[in-house]
Design a protein around this ligand. Structure first.
Ligand SMILES: Nc1ncnc2c1ncn2[C@@H]1O[C@H](COP(=O)(O)OP(=O)(O)OP(=O)(O)O)[C@@H](O)[C@H]1O
Ligand SMILES: [Mg+2]
Length: 378
């Protein structure tokens, strides 16, 4: 964790509290749920900082109290119950890999699922793989793993990132199966997280679903402007450099204060190395970003059906729209009819290219939104 890096604005992963703009309130709320043994589900737009916040909390729990084991499982790459089991066992294996007895027990109790150890050729990290023939295999595997985990003589916290993934598995019963197994461990807090608000709300708020009312929902918003401003200034100042307030406001405005995009802009501005960073540098970087990403954005024009691209372009040009089916909007952007707008709106939402946020339809990728605005402005 103590890797020294030269640019304080990271654009991927979590490298420790010094690179993290503290979300004191949000972290406090999650910590409170954990210490009160409540389950919590963290929901936000993509790239707002869910994973970062979970890793920050994991770091605090493990490094400050030293009495807690956090099992963080990223479900994004998993597509079925077997892969979920692999992801969970791999997370557990990596935490305990120095304890020979524990690992031997893990492999022994799971022997009927034919465990296989592999090493990731790029990271060198070990992984565990099972061969599960049926969903009863997934169930018994889950039960065994949770039983083994409950023997760990420390507080345990589970974090399931990209949890909505399980509702896409082909097996119909994984949700209820997981719920049943989890329910047998009421003293273990489970933190779920994901960006698909609609899917997660359905999972936790629909009476017919296994996870109904089993977790409180928490919506992660933008980092507070004042906190982010101090974080940016301090990190420039630490190396004897300056960035002025007007420039920071411009960054917040242009990136909509969306965490990943703020980090990306600050990382590049810092990387340029000048003693003073002002509006000139900021503007020039915005232009450079649009140029750098242009080949990728132009490609969307080739990949999307023309009407969908026209709608995307219109939303970008307007920097968000309240009523995309209104006559004015349709006429201004040549969008044919309300019904065709509805069809394209649905398709673009499913592709995660647009999102309804704070009362407006917005292009999800802020840089794409700015490129559309710049390129297609009247
Ligand atoms: N509080 C923070 N301070 C500084 N950087 C942060 C903070 N939170 C997140 N980041 C950075 O912002 C970027 C996006 O954050 P993260 O990956 O946590 O978002 P996410 O909501 O999990 O996104 P996704 O939905 O795509 O998984 C990452 O590069 C991360 O390092
Ligand atoms: Mg994430």
């Amino acid at each position: 964790m103590k890797r020294k890096i030269t640019n304080p604005f990271i654009t991927g992963g979590y490298l420790g509290p010094e690179y993290f703009c503290d979300r004191l309130e949000e972290a406090g709320r999650i910590m409170n749920a954990i210490s009160s043994r409540r389950n919590l589900t963290l929901i936000s737009l993509r790239r707002m900082g869910k994973t970062g916040l979970l890793k920050h909390i994991k770091f605090q729990l493990e490094y400050s109290s030293k009495k807690c084991t956090v099992i963080y499982v990223d479900l994004l790459p998993t597509t079925n119950g077997n892969e979920m089991l692999n992801a969970l066992s791999t997370a557990l294996y990596r935490i305990r890999k120095s304890e020979k007895n524990f690992i031997e027990r893990l492999l022994t109790i799971m022997s009927s699922l034919r465990p296989k150890l592999t090493i990731d050729p790029l990271t060198g990290e070990p992984s565990v793989e099972f061969k599960v023939e049926s969903s009863s295999g997934v169930q018994s595997g889950l039960e065994q793993i949770l039983k083994l985990i409950s023997e760990i003589k420390q507080d345990i916290v589970f974090m399931f990132d990209e949890f909505q993934q399980i509702s896409k598995y082909p097996e119909q019963n994984i949700e209820s199966l997981l719920r049943t197994v989890i329910q047998s461990y009421p003293s273990v807090p489970f933190i779920f997280s994901g960006s698909s608000r609609h899917m997660l709300e359905n999972m936790f708020m629909s009476p017919g679903r296994p996870f109904y009312q089993s977790s409180e929902l928490m919506y992660l918003d933008r980092i507070k402007e004042d906190d982010y401003r101090v974080f940016i200034k301090e990190n420039f100042n630490k190396s004897g450099r300056e960035i002025d307030d007007v420039s920071i406001s411009k960054i917040f405005d242009w990136t909509r204060l969306h965490t990943y995009y703020v980090q990306y802009v600050c990382n590049h501005l810092y990387g340029k190395g000048g003693k003073k960073t002002g509006e000139k540098e900021v503007k020039s970087l915005f232009h450079q970003i649009l140029t750098d990403f242009e080949p990728q954005f132009v490609n969307y024009r080739n990949l999307l059906p023309p009407h969908q691209f026209r709608l995307l372009q219109a939303i970008g040009v307007e920097d968000g729209v309240l009523q995309p089916t209104s006559g004015d909007f349709i006429r201004k952007h040549d969008l044919t009819s309300p019904s065709s707008v509805m069809t394209s709106l649905k398709a673009l939402t499913e592709k995660e290219m647009i999102v309804f946020d704070k009362g407006k339809w917005q292009v999800h990728d802020v840089f794409l939104s700015r490129w559309l605005e710049y390129h297609y402005r009247a």
